[in-house]
Design a protein around this ligand. Structure first.
Ligand code: NAP
Ligand code: ZN
Ligand code: ZN
Length: 349
């Protein structure tokens, strides 16, 4: 076992603080990764605060991990010591079910093994994530970080990047389509960049009027301030696709009214439940759907797409000691546009 510094939440009410975990020596098909950067996802907050009802404490969050391979198991073919790699939201799955065979491990019929707040297959030991300095992962659940993306700016691609790339591709966003990105945070700013790189005309819908200039600089061609109630009338029926990244409860019906006939709204944010009214869908044969991260193959495809289109996250690099303050800022929608933890800031390695 390799004793490794980390930061953990001891309970849903406790702030995160220093903690120590044991990482495995890599087994025959595993690699040990020295973590360089880990992005901070709003899902980390939901889970560390017990908002999804499935929390395992103490919890070491973090599923946007970039690092270097430090050690490889005897049977590892794909990776060499020194490779620059990533780990996203899951570290294992059953590998036998129809979803795993289709490369959609996030929908594994036995449940994917989450990078943190999950349990290892077999031992059932709790998994611990990227708010630490090392992680041991099976070689098949590791991604290659292409050259050309700065590593701090690559980390958020492992969740925010794939969570927005996957539905835009799956639901058939086309060049010239009118795409609305709702909520300009970590996921939202990646949806703007990736949507624009796919050739869509992107409009940001935000409840923070001060984000207008940023939205345009990120690649949007228009910005709608949703605090103005007349916005929902003024832009009714305008969009082919809406990607909704809002982390707090809001009125889905109002946003559905912005879709044109046969338009599609994709939920990726996971707020508290709120009411859906059938006419919001019926009146223009609109579709409401959702999407969950992406499989290993598609995550690699997204990383290569981002490298080819020079897309990377806009980040604010923080020390691990600043994590609780970063959570508070995210809860105030004050993130521009992803916090990323520098693993060099842990007290001892
Ligand atoms: P984030 O960086 O905190 O951004 C969320 C954005 O939502 C905020 O910046 C804000 O944008 C908007 N927002 C927040 N509160 C709002 C309110 N009361 N009313 C209207 N808008 C509000 O969060 P994130 O990391 O992007 O994650 C967003 C959500 O996606 C979370 O629920 C997270 O758990 C979920 N998620 C899902 C998946 C998946 O696979 N489906 C993957 C990762 C994350 P404006 O200031 O522009 O309004
Ligand atoms: Zn995430
Ligand atoms: Zn499976």
């Amino acid at each position: 076992m390799i004793t490794t510094p980390a930061y953990a939440a001891e309970s849903a009410k406790a702030p995160l603080g220093p903690f120590s975990i044991e990482r495995r020596e890599p087994g025959p098909s595993e690699v040990l990764i020295e973590i360089l950067y880990c992005g901070v996802c709003h899902s980390d907050i939901h889970q560390a605060r017990g908002e999804w009802g499935d929390a395992i404490f103490p919890m070491v969050p973090g599923h946007e991990i970039v690092g270097r391979v430090a050690q490889v198991g005897a049977a590892v073919q794909r990776w060499r010591v020194g490779d620059t790699v990533g780990v996203g939201c899951f570290v294992d799955s059953c590998r036998r079910c129809e979803a795993c065979h289709a490369g959609e491990q996030q929908f594994c019929h036995e449940g994917m093994t989450q990078t943190y707040n999950g349990r290892e297959r077999g031992s059932q030991a709790p998994t611990h994530g990227g708010y630490s300095t090392r992680i041991t992962v099976d070689q098949d659940y590791v991604l290659r970080i292409p050259e050309g993306i700065p590593l701090d700016r690559a980390a958020p691609l492992l969740c925010a990047g794939i969570t927005t790339y996957s539905p835009l591709k799956h639901f058939g966003l086309k060049p010239g389509d009118a795409l609305a990105v709702v909520g300009l945070g970590g996921l939202g700013h990646m949806a703007v960049k990736i949507g624009a790189a796919m050739g869509a005309k992107v409009t940001v819908l935000s409840h923070s009027p001060g984000k207008r200039e940023d939205a345009l600089a990120l690649g949007a061609s228009d910005f709608v301030a949703t605090r103005d109630p007349s916005a929902f009338k003024a832009h009714a029926g305008r969009f082919d696709m809406i990607i909704d990244t809002i982390s707090a409860a809001h009125d889905y019906n109002a946003y559905l009214g912005l879709l044109r006939r046969d338009g599609t709204m994709v939920l990726v944010g996971v707020p508290e439940p709120s009411l859906l009214e059938a006419p919001a869908l019926i009146m223009q044969r609109r579709r409401l759907t959702g999407s969950l991260i992406g499989g290993i193959k598609e995550t690699q495809e997204m990383l290569d797409f981002c490298a080819a289109h020079q897309v990377a996250a806009d980040v604010e690099v923080i020390a691990i000691a600043d994590i609780n303050a970063a959570y508070e800022r995210m809860l105030r929608s004050d993130v521009r546009y992803r916090f990323v933890i520098d693993a060099a800031s842990f007290a001892k390695r």
